[in-house]
Design a protein around this ligand. Structure first.
Ligand code: SAM
Length: 226
């Protein structure tokens, strides 16, 4: 029932009394967590009433209506302080997830499980600057897209360098084969941008190319360690 990406997300969720799934859409994450005893209660939040209808339908079909609270609203607005021990925020861009975390700052639970389709550096930056330590990470390739998955817990956060922001401090330690593919993928993308830039008459072209070359060097150093 779950895709590889959703499987990676749910497997990062620790056993919790109540889990909040912010931006739940289909509601598959909450239903899996309840059915598999990972949570006793789930709060499913979404901006869209249509998404909540999907989540309601799924919960009903699994006989879980009493274990799910469906709430329409933005980010952590739908949550009371201390209501959940864990929140999942997944399937959006890293920039949006970071802004949802920033707006909900005072209501965030102890544990966050985050996954985005792009811009994971912004999510990690927010965590490192706001007292959340990255505890575990995973990387999933699905439909030719890479999806990082992060579990962070309130605690001693530390500053992260550029490569840790982009690829994840735990992923860099795990040194998986998929991370190697992902770094190569980023190198290819960056080279394509460089080649396009070379052909333009952009004002700051030389400076931008220097910055890209610096980044390519940093990627090459990461690759050597994998
Ligand atoms: C692509 S779906 C992801 C669903 C699920 N979390 C997943 O990972 O498969 C994104 C969902 O986030 C919701 N969403 C977008 N911005 C939101 C916000 N600020 N607060 C709550 N939900 C939001 C959208 O309505 C949509 O249902």
């Amino acid at each position: 029932m779950l895709s590889f990406r959703l499987k990676a997300i749910v497997s990062m969720v620790p056993e919790s009394e109540t889990v909040a799934d912010i931006g739940c859409d289909h509601g598959k994450v909450a239903v899996w967590l309840l059915k598999n005893g990972r949570a006793k209660y789930a709060i499913c939040g979404d901006l869209s009433g249509r998404s909540l209808d999907k989540a309601r339908k799924l919960a009903r079909s699994k006989g879980l209506c009493d274990a799910v609270s469906l709430r329409e609203g933005s980010g952590f607005d739908v949550l009371e302080m201390g209501e959940a021990q864990t929140a999942v925020v997944a399937g959006m861009g890293g920039e949006l997830i970071a802004s949802i975390l920033e707006k909900g700052k005072n209501k965030l639970p102890e544990t966050l499980v985050l996954s985005c389709n792009k811009g994971s550096g912004l999510m990690r930056k927010w965590l490192s600057e706001n007292g959340f330590a990255i505890e575990d990470e995973d990387l999933v390739l699905e439909n030719r897209h890479y999806y990082p998955v992060i579990r962070a817990r309130r605690g001693d956060s530390k500053p992260l360098n550029d490569m840790e922001l982009e690829f994840g401090p735990v992923m860099l330690q795990k040194k998986t084969k998929l991370l190697k593919y992902y770094v190569n993928h980023r190198i290819d993308q960056t080279k394509t941008i460089r080649a396009k830039l070379q052909k333009t008459k952009a004002e700051r072209k030389e400076k931008l190319i220097d910055e890209i070359d610096e980044r390519l060097n940093a990627y090459a150093k990461v690759l050597k360690c994998l």
